[in-house]
Design a protein around this ligand. Structure first.
Ligand code: ADP
Ligand code: MG
Length: 779
């Protein structure tokens, strides 16, 4: 022990010397000057004292005042200065991986060190951290994972939970666990940080923990609502007042076929309809819904373009930040803008995007100053709302929407819809424009719509399925899931909890008594959705790991098959070329990926993607995720060093199909053939439709009684995205009743199977059995 102590002491001294040397260097002094200019610096002493005296404190302050980059650093620096640098260990969580990486990078730069020295990061499947790392930025998910194996967070001295105002599921979950931990670890310090001012809620949760506000200075930002924006951009209003239940659908179709000029008029008519109603609440919910759907797409794109033109032509210099709903919208708008004579001119416009899956190199560009007379335009998701600060923003365009998963516990269906943001978010977005000088914010919705926004967004815990969360709670060994969750800041509905537990039982991760099964234990080791985790495990056991790895990676990234609005048919045809009559989007993905690998070897990857409507970027992401999953499964001892052994049966299409089924169950729909059409029914008798670019949507008949699918999504009706046809016997053996049905004994059977197959490598026999059954059933 004392040897260790001496080592740490020596290391602490070295850290102090390095810190002092940096501060005396020219670069270091410049950096210190910048850091001292941040509002957080004024409160530094007060903060350090408060943290020393209290176990928990809550800190709020305008975005950009220096909470994330400065506060954890103050602690680190003061520990280093007092010669105890190597004894502290600070963790700061971020809701998103990209912000954890960006912030760690920034803090290292501020300390004049390479990443992985005193400051590091860790996000799912990736990280840079070394022996000397004492400040670690990680996602909240990573800290939760760590808590599974290290319930007391031994060795950690300070935990910062950042962006708690977002009320992400992981953050809410963390708070329950940390609250419990604080009583066991009196020396642990917990610091909660939030941008907006609902500090009392958190303070009360921790028995009246002190709150500190960092007063920040921002310039005033003028808010323009849709009324003004239309006026300004020269849109004309004509009368229109018939959004009826069906009109919405019809409009949609005509909209696409109209000439751009005409389209503009139709759009404004819709908007006018919204404006002439004094209150948004006067709308029937149906009309409100249809308006809500219209806004981000049609009105949004052309209007955003018009506002951007207005800014670039008539306004002063300054970066423009455009808030949009998601990656799809961002890339569509980017393509539209690139074709524009002014906005697409690279000599005048620097067009950038900012979203969760962007590359690090692209991310750095966002912070850079553009050349003089060039307008920087950043198209962003709500990630740029609070976790990332772009300093030179003077103009904000806010479409008023964010894509969020909502969860309908009654129908047990997640819905992914762009929905209206809260007033707090709208204020936050507006605030981004006033960092360097007075700014302008263009809200692309009428003021009356804004007035009807909710004050704050609903916490994620109350609006998403709890499957993964419940599995993690189980592995924390804290007793009943329901009881544990009832200690949350705002506990979820019992029905939502029950649905999650039922689901975990159904896939065989929990037994009847809600205890983790063997499968469940393995699943908690894999940082993926339980369904996908199960598919990976089965793929490994049944020796067809390669294709399953591709499918799971594809399902966790996004669909690489592109669907340009104006070339839907061509794109659909291109995709179905990969399907070779096996009635499976998943297999099409495997073929597309393998084709891409081949093309890459021959140096023709670009043409390959172009010809087949594939996104090279997504394929690349799938490729790297594949490697990471491979690593994790090796790490968990599920596959051996030599993966060939796990790929012996990869060529066997029916086996791969069966494994897909085992992972996606209970996502199954029966195929109902009628005279000329097909319909699809899920287990709970719900009617579903196929997504337009599913290969199965192109067939008139499907020779399989069942489709298994990964997700059903409620858009206007319920859709299933990717699907694969399976036979009765496959469903019985790998999915339904026999392998892991809802009834008692069957659950155990799945575990029995896994152990059995692990022991005996009986995959081949199983297949034989399967074929036999197939024949039997056909007779
Ligand atoms: P907060 O967490 O309070 O929102 P941050 O600590 O993230 O604020 O950022 C404080 C300031 O540091 C920002 O206003 C910005 O000026 C600067 N900053 C943060 N990240 C970077 C970066 N990657 N590059 C340049 N400056 C940055
Ligand atoms: Mg921050």
């Amino acid at each position: 022990r004392s040897v260790m102590e001496r080592v740490l002491q020596r290391r602490s001294l070295r850290m102090r010397n390095m810190q002092r040397a940096w501060r005396e260097s020219l670069e270091g002094r410049k950096m210190m000057d910048f850091r001292k200019s941040l509002p957080a610096f004024q409160e530094k002493e007060k903060l350090l004292q408060a943290i020393a005296r209290n176990q928990v404190i809550v800190i709020s302050g305008e975005t950009g005042c220096g909470k994330t980059t400065q506060l954890p650093q103050y602690i680190l620096e003061s520990e280093i200065e007092s010669g105890r640098g190597a004894f502290c260990s600070i963790i700061c969580t971020q809701p998103r991986r990209i912000s954890a990486m960006a912030v760690a990078d920034r803090v290292s730069a501020e300390r004049g060190e390479p990443l992985g020295e005193a400051v590091g990061y860790k996000v799912r499947l990736e990280g840079v951290k070394g022996r000397n790392t004492h400040l670690l930025f990680c996602t909240s998910g990573i800290l939760l994972r760590r808590l599974l194996s290290d319930r007391n967070l031994n060795g950690i001295t300070h935990v910062f939970v950042d962006e708690i105002h977002e009320r992400g599921m992981n953050e809410d979950f963390l708070l329950i666990v940390l609250k419990d931990l604080l009583s066991r670890r009196q020396d642990l310090r917990l610091i909660l940080m939030s941008a907006t001012l609902n500090a009392e809620l958190f303070s009360n949760y921790f028995g009246g923990a002190p709150t500190i506000h960092i007063p920040g200075f921002t310039y005033p930002v003028r808010a323009h609502f849709l009324e003004d924006v239309l006026e300004m951009t020269g849109y004309k209003l004509t009368s229109f007042n018939q959004i009826d239940d069906y009109g919405q659908e019809k409009m949609w179709k005509t909209q696409r076929q109209l000439a751009p000029r005409k389209r503009k008029n139709q759009i404004t008519t819709l908007v006018e309809d919204a404006l002439t109603n004094s209150s948004f609440d006067n709308y029937s919910s149906r009309a409100r819904d249809s308006l809500a759907r219209w806004m981000p797409d049609c009105i949004g794109f052309n209007l955003i373009e018009a506002v951007l033109c207005h800014i670039c032509r008539k306004e002063r210099p300054g970066a423009v930040l455009v808030f949009m709903t998601g990656w799809e919208d961002i890339s569509c708008l980017r393509d539209q803008l690139k074709a524009h004579p002014l906005l697409g001119d690279p000599n005048r416009i620097l067009l950038l995007t900012c979203h969760g899956s962007m590359a690090t190199s692209e991310q750095k560009l966002i912070f850079e100053k553009p050349p003089p007379n060039v307008h920087k335009i950043v198209l962003a998701t709500n990630m740029a709302e609070a976790s990332i600060t772009i300093n030179d923003v003077v103009f904000v365009i806010d479409c008023g929407k964010a894509k969020e998963t909502t969860y309908d516990a009654l129908n047990n269906t997640p819905c992914l819809l762009p929905s209206w943001i809260s007033k707090a978010s709208a204020r936050q977005r507006r605030g981004r424009a006033g960092r360097v000088q007075p700014g302008e914010c263009y809200h692309l919705y009428p003021r009356c719509v804004y007035e009807a926004f909710a004050e704050y967004q609903l916490p994620e815990l109350l609006r998403t399925p709890l499957n993964s969360l419940c599995l993690q709670i189980k592995s924390l060994q804290v007793g009943s899931i329901g009881e544990f969750l009832s200690a949350a800041l705002q506990p979820p509905k019992p029905l939502a909890v029950q649905n999650a537990i039922d689901f975990l039982k159904m896939i065989g991760a929990l037994d009847e008594k809600e205890n983790l099964t063997n499968l469940g234990k393995y699943l908690t080791m894999l940082p993926v959705d339980p369904k996908l985790g199960k598919m990976l495990i089965m793929g490994a056991i049944f020796r067809c790991f390669g294709p399953i790895l591709t499918i799971v990676s594809g399902l966790s990234v996004r669909d690489p098959f592109l669907l340009p609005q104006d070339k839907k048919d061509l794109a659909g045809a291109a995709k179905s070329r990969f399907s070779a009559k096996d009635y499976s989007d998943h297999m099409a993905l495997v073929r597309a990926y393998e084709g891409w690998k081949e093309a890459e070897k021959e140096g023709s990857a670009y043409e390959y993607c172009w010809r087949n409507f594939l996104s090279a970027q997504t394929l690349q992401a799938i490729h790297s995720l594949r490697k990471q999953f491979n690593f994790i499964l090796k790490d968990a001892g599920l596959i051996e060093e030599d993966t060939n052994n796990h790929n012996k049966l990869s060529h066997n299409q029916s086996l791969v199909r069966a494994i897909i089924c085992s992972g996606l169950y209970p996502g199954i729909a029966s195929v109902v053939h009628r005279e000329t059409s097909m319909s699809f029914k899920t287990m709970d008798d719900g009617q579903v439709s196929l997504y337009a670019n599913s290969v199965n949507a192109r067939y008139e008949t499907i020779p399989y009684p069942w489709l298994v699918f990964g997700e059903k999504v409620k858009v206007n009706s319920v859709f299933i995205r990717d699907s694969t046809g399976v036979s009765d016997s496959v469903l019985i053996l790998f999915g339904g009743a026999l392998a892991c049905g809802a009834q008692a004994g069957h659950l155990k059977m799945l575990n029995g199977y896994i152990d059995f197959f692990m022991d005996h490598n009986l995959a081949e026999c199983f297949l034989k059995l399967n074929e036999e059954l197939d024949k039997l059933i056909q007779k």
